[in-house]
Design a protein. Sequence first.
Length: 857
Amino acid sequence: MPQPHAPANSAAPPSGDAEHPFRYTAALANLIEPQWQKRWEERGTFIVPNPGQPGFDASRPKFFCMDMFPYPSGAGLHVGHPEGYTATDIISRYRRHTGFNVLHPMAWDAFGLPAEQYAIQTGVHPSITTRKAIDTFRRQLKRFGFSYDWSREFATIDPDYYRWTQWIFLRIYEAWYDAQRNHARPINELIAEFESGARGPCINPNAAEFSNEQKARTFGAWKSLNRQDQRTIIDSYRLAYLAQQMVNWCPKLGTALANEEVIDGRSERGDFPVFRKPLKQWMFRITAYAERLLNDLALVKWPESTRVQQSEWIGRSEGAEIDFSIAGLAGGASPPLRVFTTRPDTIFGATFMVVAPEHPLVNEILKKPAPATDAAKLRAYVEAARNKSDVDRQAEGKDKTGVFTGIYAINPATSQKIPIWTADYVLMGYGTGAIMAVPGQDIRDWDFAKRFSLSIVRTVQPPKDWQGDAYLGEGPAIASANAEVSLNGLNIADAKRTIIDWLERTGCGVRRINYKLRDWLFSRQRYWGEPFPIVFDSEGNHYPISEKSLPLTLPEMADYHPIESDDPQPLLAKASDWIKTTAGAAGVAAKLLPPNAPVKREANTMPGWAGSCWYYLRYCDPKNAQRFVSRDAERYWMVSTKGDGSPHAGGVDLYIGGNEHAVLHLLYARFWHKVLFDLGEVLTPEPFGRLFHQGMILSYAYQRADRSLVPIDAVEVRGEPGGGNFIETATGQKVTQIVAKMSKSLKNVQNPDDVIAEYGADTFRLYEMYMGPLEASKPWNPRDIAGCFRFLQRVWRLVVDEQTGALRFAPSRSDEIEKHLHRTIAKVAGDIERLAFNTAIATMIEFTNAATAAGGI
RNA sequence: GCGCAAGUGGCGAAAUUGGCAGACGCGCCAGCUUGAGGUGCUGGUGGGAGUAAAAUCCCUUGGAGGUUCGAGUCCUCUCUUGCGCACCA
């Protein structure tokens, strides 16, 4: 508790009024709070030592309690920030008092677009604006009195930090995924296997960046291969690889975006349109981890909704990959058309095929059209699909379009010739980019068949009263037999099993699991991000910069305007002095390239997610210059020491942040962590053992009858007080009060600094915890704050004489109050454990009221 | 369209495991206090019937039905709102 006395050196007590000079007022709060904050700072009260450091108490269990670190925006702290931060602060203080070593740190997620966009407008270097914003955030957070160990503070833009971000990138670059052993291994072990002959040289069959033909290419003995072939093979295994492929290009942001950053064909940040463009980009083979990223969700104590979102994003589905031979393609034999289906049991009803417009087969056909091919029409359709932005594709809805390619496939089950169409409802990015269409049992295929008058065969018996179109439900298979196999009468599961066995026997198909998850696009064409520790020789081959040459720092730029070009260009390409260097100067190992070889640096930078993928590890050991985190520190803070059955996966004991990161940050960080785990750099399979999402703090807004919104200052209340008659001043029209996000245009943004000035930080923190359940979104109501302030005032009055400032005691000890106190302590402790701060506070209010009524404690 | 949450007084909400619905706060009402009002103090406050005042009775957790001695809580259907995914074969 704060000292119940004004400081001795203060000239006069900060008073509410002359009668009560020692009343708890905003002025008093604003005097006491900084005084204690200063003392905590001077004494290092919240600094926690690591194992091996002076003052470390090995007898205590550990607790790693973490917030999602903020992007320090120029606008300063939002009232939403302190909500989660107050929660973790309460938990941290509680755990310290109940015998834990608590790691409770704060840092800055400081690379990002806003600072760069500001630099484009003003020419001010992003580091200047970012450092300034960090200073503001730090000042604001310190004023809240959060018990962070500030000695561990860092920013992702510190070269001492991003040096290790680059180092981890190189670990991923120099790793491959061993699908047999189901974990990543150093790439040197793969090379050794090739050299020893333990593994025959081949392109990674799981490499998405290679076509099936490239993968099928056969290689001779490793030693007989030229360096280029060896390189191609090795690169096809790397977990970080370069690929020329269609990316989500956002011209407005001047950069490509990851799939996860695109929502409904628009950028997650800024809401700008996104187009498809071919671009050579760094990718992470996150798909190699799809199964483990999915399965290990069972190990963590996370909100169910977040686990569901992640597993849906990973999108596992079981089925079969089936080859359909192609008939009628000019120029003789061609490889079969491979499809993925989750319903192989319906293959007897596959009456046509559809390939994506981007499918290589379409290109083949355009080169050598069949007699039935309307080449002009086909070309026009493919061109149109290619130029369409994703926004346009979305806007067109689900009306089916498509063109017959003029060639046919043979259904291996029925031996019938079925036409191959192309249509943009089949996506190149999922499965094989080709489907067997079964209109009888698939709504999309049904729509398409109806639209183009293609034949429909039902192979699952619908119920008697079935009026609908495609039937997706359970039922016995019908019309599904050939000379070798019959599915008739079987339910869906049995039919699937039977047909897959048959397909595997005849070599037409295999059992197969497919994921929606795509590899992670990791290049951005921006300035304000981590440079890649990679250079290219004159032939365009890439080489890593050696570890001891890190960090590779960003060059200064004269101006930050994007390069104007039809082709997307990274901004760093303008820094030609930096780009052009030699292998030696860049720090490439001499065994890879001679030191005088001219090289060009990678001009793309890493996305904003990079720094947040491992910052929790750096907290454990933020000053380490030898390693990204010492093994001892990581073992102590990340590995669970309690056998209470809670976090099986270890990792951070409590991680609180918004659910907007349910897929993006949390999936990416898990991926990096798992690679580091496989390579033996960290000890736990998951980074975050327990995750909690705080709700959003909303605000009141006003809505006209036409649902348009009115700024809060353009509304007045008329009629009975509290009756809720809200009138728009300008028009005199009635408006309704609704709850909406805070926004500048609605003028309902609350500024934390103002609230602290009016009530003090303790009232602010108390209010945010009292508003409702931590996980719920709830509206900010300025009127309610006063209730929390009054409570603190009553607590103060309970123990401090408002006239003299002396401590007050009840005239006599009361068993009843004593019992009540202990009931309160028990209740509050239980509530804190379950993050139910609102009811903990209510309980304390009850006790205070009871004690006041009893005349004190 | 599919999936996941949620719906309780005038408002934010509580009820942790099926056991007194509405704790606690805001607002409102009455009174006190201050030289005059905001952030002081005390008491009252879900709705209805009833009473001089009490007692007392009835109703109430979006809606309809069900299970149970007992339902805000469990089940079925349904409506509304929010969020997520969305041609993923």
